[in-house]
Design a protein around this ligand. Structure first.
Ligand SMILES: [Zn+2]
Length: 331
């Protein structure tokens, strides 16, 4: 380029995309956390690879859209409503003798009965479809606007030192999504696909939200299987390694939402959680910060390699690295 030419800048456009970008830039969530699959608007979509197959879906009784108690002093981002797992679900086998929400017939945010209903849980990896843009890097003009591959979305997570400050090293993991949805309109559609293929883990699905409110349905469109991501492959093993290193465990995620501490933190005004995580009578705990320190002493995570079908390994590797920041310097 010479000094006299005007640079051609392709700004990214669109309010929704900008909102997403802002969210991603400021997310800064910890290694052990995973996002929930959240498609809020009619027509919104996501591409996922289910990690939890049909037989392993967890189902529990849940209270949904329950108003939270007032935010403690200094708390940021205090949600207006939360869900919880009902402590009277038979899975707990009487471990809990009470459920604050059932016992007090607490109404949901819409003023309706907050009675618990069955909801299901599964884990997935968020994926994204890569389209050819006409450049040689993406298959040339012949592949313009066509799907040339699917790759994992990547989370970059700061390594923290002993004081909780970022060291500059970033861990890169495939993005894990928690799916928590009802049978009707969501998992029933996946179940139908399971009936077809005997598994739902062997291919990616594009999930599209149809409608809002009670009549919401989620359409599941199967994307042709990518052979080298299926269970039993090294890529699948990378997913399992990422879950292990991030200590993301679906059983724990569900169980945490029925604990004394969870109910004390979000719902029961007579109780508080102190800075050590103990449940204490209200008014006796100093406010606690929203986040805890995370010990990141592990080694670098496997980079989430992209995968594509029917194109050369070379192009495949170039697609895999597109848009993915360079590996962090060794510490
Ligand atoms: Zn309950």
């Amino acid at each position: 380029m010479t000094a006299n030419t005007t640079p051609v800048i392709n700004f990214r456009r669109g309010g929704t995309a900008a909102e997403e970008a802002e969210k991603e830039a400021s997310s800064g969530y910890g290694r052990r956390e995973a996002k929930f699959l959240s498609l809020r608007g009619d027509g919104e979509k996501a591409v996922v690879r289910l990690l939890t197959d049909h037989d392993d879906w967890i189902y529990v009784l849940q209270h949904s859209f329950i108003p939270t108690k007032p935010a403690p002093q200094g708390a940021e981002h205090w949600p207006k409503a939360m869900m919880s797992v009902c402590r009277k679900d038979e899975v707990f086998a009487g471990h809990y003798t009470d459920c604050y929400l059932c016992d007090n017939k607490v109404k949901n945010s819409f003023g309706n009965s907050g009675s618990p209903y069955v909801r299901l849980w599964a884990l997935a990896i968020e994926r994204e479809v890569v389209y050819g843009d006409g450049t040689e890097a993406l298959g040339g003009p012949a592949h313009k606007d066509l799907i040339v591959g699917i790759r994992d979305k990547i989370d970059e997570i700061d390594e923290l030192d002993a004081e909780g400050k970022p060291t500059g090293v970033k861990f890169r993991y495939p993005r894990v999504l928690i799916i928590n949805q009802p049978m009707k309109g969501f998992f029933s559609n996946l179940k139908a696909l399971y009936g077809l293929h005997n598994t739902i883990c062997d291919r990616d699905y594009e999930i599209t939200r149809d409608g809002t409110g009670k009549e919401t349905n989620y359409r599941m469109a199967a994307i042709d299987p990518v052979a080298d991501v299926a269970p039993g492959t090294p890529h699948w093993e990378q997913y399992q390694t990422a879950l292990a290193e991030r200590e993301i465990n679906l059983d724990v995620i569900v169980a945490e939402r029925a604990t004394d501490a969870y109910y004390a933190k979000w719902f029961d005004p007579a109780k508080d959680v102190d800075k050590d995580g103990n449940v204490v009578p209200a008014g006796q705990a100093r406010p606690v910060g929203a986040t805890s320190m995370i010990d990141l002493s592990g080694t670098n995570a496997p980079a989430g390699a992209g995968t594509v079908a029917d194109i050369s390994p070379d192009l495949r590797s170039r697609i895999a690295s597109l848009g993915v920041p360079a590996a962090p310097p060794a510490s």
